[in-house]
Design a protein around this ligand. Structure first.
Ligand SMILES: [Fe+2]
Length: 354
């Protein structure tokens, strides 16, 4: 269990306090637009493609992918500087790493209290669009809206966006090609909604595999970890840091056999558990946690906010990752190390004190 001071439970609880404070002031609005859950989200056919092709100039030896996750923007929180600090973190990480593309793996905004979800999404899409880099997005469990069809459109039509999940309830893929149209790498983006990868996503993977048989080095991206993130830690396969239980929600391990059907799949990248940063290979698939990014999320007292930089080598299908903080501290765990105690952390000077 977590021994960090700000836990997931506290984080959810503090969100509820904020919600309650706003409730009296805006009761009428709240009645009009009730928050809805993501499961069974509407589709949109405004953008009919379910894939995006990203052309990279020249023929680079490696592709640099920066992942940010668990952004947790909430302009209505008491401390107004938190979101600005998170935006600064993202910008600094981009400056430091100069990636070819950006992955945003969910929990970008803060529920849909008083029907504000769409406004949060619009602001976030504008921010990511302003960064001058192609970006893709996967849905997080906190990313809630009253109108998901509109949400798909905002995401797909935003500047520099590669999101193409509108017609498949948030599932799509991105292909990275060089100038001569050679496919270098592929990202399969899944909507893990509130419960993890359930039957509907597994069925989508099956249908997708029937149509996409090319063997290309591939990563899968989603927000909620699959069950085997738990197994790799418990069986000492994983290396890294772990300060909370793996929150695989309702998924119970059934998804891995489906993921293994994806041709060329090397690794899964996810977010959700802010104070876990580790990876390990199970049945040929590398399960990798992103580094939580947003100051509005719990966990900076044990795992400093940052991002994860992946170097992808298309000619061999190999890849490397390193977690990066805005101070340019870079970290990859020594193979075989499992850290669960604050005093064993290598980044003592970067921990946020309460
Ligand atoms: Fe989450």
């Amino acid at each position: 269990m977590s021994n960090n001071k700000i836990t997931r439970r506290f984080f959810i609880g503090s969100g509820l306090v904020g919600t309650f404070t706003l409730l009296n002031a805006e009761r009428v609005w709240a009645k009009k637009e009730e928050p809805k859950i993501i499961v069974g989200m509407q589709k949109s056919e405004t953008v009919k493609e379910d894939s995006y092709t990203l052309k990279i100039q020249g023929n680079p030896k490696s592709i640099q992918l920066l992942q940010v996750t668990d952004i947790h923007f909430n302009p209505y929180r008491k401390d107004k500087n938190v979101d600005e600090t998170t935006r600064d973190i993202v910008k600094k990480l981009l400056d430091l790493t100069q990636p070819h593309l950006l992955a945003v793996t969910g929990d970008v905004w803060n529920e849909n209290a008083f029907g504000r979800g769409l406004m949060y999404l619009e602001q976030a899409a504008e921010f990511f669009g302003s960064l001058n880099i192609p970006w893709f997005y996967t849905w997080g469990n906190h990313d809630m809206l009253s109108d998901y069809a509109k949400g798909h459109d905002i995401l797909a039509l935003a500047k520099n966006s590669m999101y193409r999940g509108g017609i498949n309830e948030g599932n799509y893929h991105v292909i990275i090609e060089n100038e001569s149209n050679k496919k270098l790498w592929r990202m399969v983006c899944l909507n893990s909604n509130r419960y993890g990868l359930m039957n509907e996503q597994r069925q989508w993977i099956d249908q997708w595999c029937n149509k996409n048989t090319d063997v290309i080095p591939t990563f899968m991206a989603c927000h909620i970890p699959i069950y085997q993130y738990h197994t790799i830690w418990e069986n000492k396969i994983a290396s890294g840091v772990k300060f909370e239980k793996v929150c695989y929600e309702k998924e119970q391990g059934e998804s891995l056999p489906f993921l293994k059907k994806i041709p060329g799949l090397k690794a899964c990248i996810c977010g959700h558990d802010h104070v876990n940063d580790y990876s390990g290979v199970i049945e040929g698939i590398d399960l990798i946690y992103g580094r939580a990014t947003g100051k509005g999320g719990y966990g900076a007292d044990s795992v400093p906010k940052g991002g994860k930089l992946y170097s992808l080598y298309p000619s061999t299908g190999e890849y490397e990752w390193v977690s990066v903080t805005p101070n340019n501290k870079r970290w990859h765990p020594v193979k075989g190390t499992q850290i669960e105690k604050i005093e064993e952390l290598p980044w003592q000077d970067e921990l946020e004190k309460e």
